[in-house]
Design a protein around this ligand. Structure first.
Ligand code: FRU
Length: 330
């Protein structure tokens, strides 16, 4: 890479209207505040493959130094991401994958492992037998496929049957609609447990079940986000039985981007760890994550104060110069 003073990072984000993506953006902003040489622009594809392809092309036309992308669905996004990489722009894939290894680095959780760990957890919980309803994330996105594959493999050899698979497309509202439709069908097969590929869908399904007297079923999700509407709170409230941490990797993505742009050594595969959260550890988890949220709010306040001070200093210095006084700063 040529030596430059400043670098522009373009982030093509598949969707951004959920708490998990917002947490990712906040982590990115925090990490970016250490590197004034880096600037970031996010384009939100709102879950639309064609729009995401167009937005990536826009980035390439505008001239970016590095592309970060979380591809909505793997198949339709693979060619344009490969094109970007082959044109010589470093590409960091976050969370969702493409179908090729033509990228510079990947940052994200191991979704096969998450599905597998969830499957083992469910086997334990159901004592190796029972009926499971699976709510899928968007079928063409890699985390949905990998979570499903992990789950299936973990359930092999048990007497747990998957009695239905609903397409929740990662969205709470969609999961609610599909769940209601399912329960309204007269011939629907009853179930013991719902596994949602993410927490918001599992929580949505819970709400529909609760309304028809099925709140005693078990609900398991993925993400375990802190905050009011997150999985940790849902476990605390007894809505979800368990969830699996799926780190957003926002800070890691910026760290890797910085290494690439500054010509430092970096890893191609940056796999983030998962962990089960349930009633046995949710209290300590909540304490920890509440504390982190608090500290994050403090960091933002401190940054604002520093910015105000800098502005004040600059305007005062401007004034002093007008009056012909030179200010020496030690
Ligand atoms: C957020 C989300 C998460 C899920 C991830 C999968 O947009 O749906 O809930 O874990 O994306 O890509």
């Amino acid at each position: 890479l040529e030596k430059k003073e400043t670098f522009k990072i373009g982030f093509s984000q598949c969707v951004s209207n959920d708490a998990w993506r917002r947490a990712m953006h906040e982590e990115m902003a925090r990490e970016l505040s250490f590197y004034p040489e880096l600037s970031l622009e996010i384009k939100d594809a709102r879950g639309n493959n064609e729009l995401q392809i167009r937005q990536i092309r826009e980035f390439l036309g505008e001239g970016i130094d590095l592309l970060v992308v979380s591809p909505n669905e793997s198949d339709p996004l693979t060619p344009v991401v490969e094109e970007a990489f082959q044109s010589g722009i470093p590409v960091i894939i976050v969370d969702r994958k493409i179908n090729s290894n033509l990228y510079s680095a990947y940052v994200g959780g191991d979704n096969y492992e998450i599905g597998f760990t969830a499957g083992q957890y469910i086997r334990n919980l159901l004592d190796n037998k029972g009926d499971l309803l699976e709510i899928w994330g968007l079928k063409g996105s890699s985390p949905a496929k990998e979570r499903n594959r992990g789950l299936m493999e973990a359930l092999e050899g048990s007497d747990i049957r998957i009695v239905a698979e609903l397409e929740g497309e990662w969205e709470k509202d969609t999961a609610r609609v599909r769940m209601r439709d399912y329960l309204e069908k007269k011939e629907h097969v009853p179930f013991d447990l719902i596994f949602g590929h993410n927490d918001v869908m599992a929580i949505g399904a819970y709400e529909i079940c609760r309304d028809v007297g099925l709140r005693h079923k078990k609900f398991v999700g993925v993400d375990a986000l802190p905050g009011k509407l997150g999985g940790i709170q849902a476990i605390t409230d007894g809505v979800l039985h368990a969830s699996f941490i799926y780190p957003t990797g926002g800070d890691k993505a910026i760290e890797v981007a910085k290494k690439i742009l500054f010509g430092e050594v970096y890893e191609k595969e940056n796999i983030l760890q998962t962990a089960a959260v349930d009633s046995s550890n949710v209290r300590i988890m909540k304490q920890q994550t509440d504390k982190i949220l608090d500290q994050q709010a403090n960091i933002i306040r401190q940054r604002e104060m520093i910015n105000n001070q800098v502005e004040l200093y600059q305007s005062q210095r401007g004034l002093l110069m007008i009056f012909g006084i030179t200010l020496f700063v030690a």
